[in-house]
Design a protein around this ligand. Structure first.
Ligand SMILES: Cc1cc2nc3c(=O)[nH]c(=O)nc-3n(C[C@H](O)[C@H](O)[C@H](O)COP(=O)(O)OP(=O)(O)OC[C@H]3O[C@@H](n4cnc5c(N)ncnc54)[C@H](O)[C@@H]3O)c2cc1C
Length: 418
């Protein structure tokens, strides 16, 4: 069997965090061998367009690559794709660690990073295996959906989170009849305040999407292909394509096999602020982790965002090289749902007050979140200037007075200057 580089760093998972991490190692001057192993059969690519421009056909698969194929060789990064790391043994007693891949390869390493991401949460209901019931996590999922969409007219999206709403907007752009079925009583409930959920509901309805709140899917009808979606209240929605977007489950199986601490409550491989796992020679970054709140250091959060993966991967690279990564950046996130641009900075969990700037029905407003009178986050819809001011305030550890922040006549920037 082929043998890979004897020492250096092994990065398992060639997604957003993995590619960022290997690039950061080289940028920080690491000269040792680096091996990046990815289970998917594609060169590393960006995931966000998969539920947006890729679905509508505005972007092709070639346009998704993070780096030109030559970049990896230029950086002396051994990139192995289409092989899953199935077993790992950590370095011990002066001997290097070893990893075995599904392709029968053995990779030796001195340092290990886990950037294995997450898998879509599956619905365990009758009919879930029918043809036409889709999930959306990777390029192959998105390619199947994109191929199917033209031949369909009734699309049902299960889950009113961001991926579901982005895909709903893309399907509407393609002229499909779209129904979003959400189990809770509002959209985006895990992340945004009721005022933003209400806005999302009205905005998607204005664009022709039907939204059913408080509706749980109990099964899918059809013989070979999906033909309907059954709800708890007995309703049966006709459907010729279903997309299930009900969250993602962090991949912890390798970490668990290594005895690394994983969080039973929020899920994910537990890391500290420096991206170290419970084993001192192993770091982890991205969607597979549960890390302390980046700004407060409290609790454990799963950020599940590109900026979160990028920031944590940079920290992990510094830690692997024994450097201080410096303070963590303000967490931020975006979700483009058709022509709606939602930008989020900070984490709103635990807020007690929301100041709304502007009228949500004008489709340009910002919701600023406060806890104990202190600004902690913003959701901005088509309001990039307000978003940037709050992000800056959070980065500088400052707050903005709530009464004035709620007054759209007062430019937020002026409050920051004060
Ligand atoms: C459809 C979609 C749209 C999104 N849109 C946005 C957005 O608009 N804005 C935003 O901020 N975020 C968005 N996200 C989230 C963002 O893409 C993720 O947070 C980010 O990709 C996380 O990066 P990661 O490296 O942790 O995981 P991933 O990008 O999932 O990469 C992990 C990789 O590891 C591989 N892997 C797993 N196990 C193994 C193994 N044992 N051996 C080898 N390889 C392995 C996986 O196959 C995968 O390729 C979106 C996500 C999806 C799915």
């Amino acid at each position: 069997m082929p043998q890979s580089s004897p020492t250096g760093t092994l990065v398992v998972g060639a997604g957003q965090a993995g590619v960022q991490l290997v690039g950061a190692l080289r940028q920080l001057g690491d000269d040792a061998p680096i091996t990046l192993v990815g289970a998917e059969p594609h060169p590393p690519y960006q995931r966000p367009p998969l539920s947006k421009e890729f679905l509508t056909g505005a972007v092709s698969a070639d346009g998704l690559a993070f780096r030109a194929p030559s970049w990896y060789a230029q950086q002396r990064i051994e990139l192995i794709v289409g092989e899953r790391v199935v077993e790992v043994q950590l370095p011990a007693d002066g001997a290097p660690g070893t990893a075995r891949t599904s392709g029968g390869r053995t990779v030796r390493f001195a340092r290990l990073a886990l950037t294995v991401g997450a898998r879509p949460r599956r619905l365990a209901v009758p009919g879930a295996d029918l043809d036409g019931v889709h999930y959306l996590r990777d390029l192959d999922d998105a390619a199947r959906l994109r191929e199917r969409l033209p031949g369909t007219s009734r699309v049902v999206i299960v889950g009113g989170g961001f991926i579901g709403l982005e895909a709903a907007a893309a399907a509407r752009t393609l002229g499909k009849g779209v129904t979003v079925v959400e189990a809770t009583d509002r959209l985006g409930a895990r992340v945004v305040a009721p005022v933003v959920s209400d806005f999302l509901l009205r905005a998607h309805e204005r664009r022709g999407t039907s939204v059913l709140l408080g509706s749980t899917v109990v099964g899918f009808g059809g013989t070979r292909r999906v033909e309907s979606v059954r709800l708890t209240d007995g309703r049966e929605l006709p459907a010729d394509l279903v997309l299930v977007g009900v969250g993602a489950v962090p991949r912890t199986e390798l970490a668990e096999a290594l005895g690394l601490e994983c969080d039973a409550e929020v899920g994910g491989i537990v890391t500290d602020a420096a991206a170290r796992t419970s084993h001192r020679s192993v770091v982890a970054a991205g969607d597979c982790t549960a890390a302390p709140h980046p700004l407060t250091g409290e609790g454990r959060v799963r950020l599940e965002s590109v900026p979160g993966a990028v920031a944590q991967a940079g920290t992990a690279a510094a830690t692997l090289l024994g450097r201080d990564a410096g303070p963590r950046a303000v967490p931020w996130f975006w979700s483009n749902q058709g022509d709606l641009r939602l930008q989020i900075a900070g984490l709103s969990t635990g807020y007690d007050t929301v100041a709304v700037r502007g009228n949500p029905d004008d489709e340009g407003f910002a919701a600023l979140y406060y806890r104990d009178g202190v600004l902690i986050a913003v959701d901005a819809v088509n309001a990039p200037a307000d978003y940037l001011v709050v992000r800056k305030a959070l980065a500088e550890g400052r707050t903005l007075p709530v009464e004035q922040a709620a007054d759209p006549g007062v430019p937020l920037k002026s409050l920051l200057a004060g």
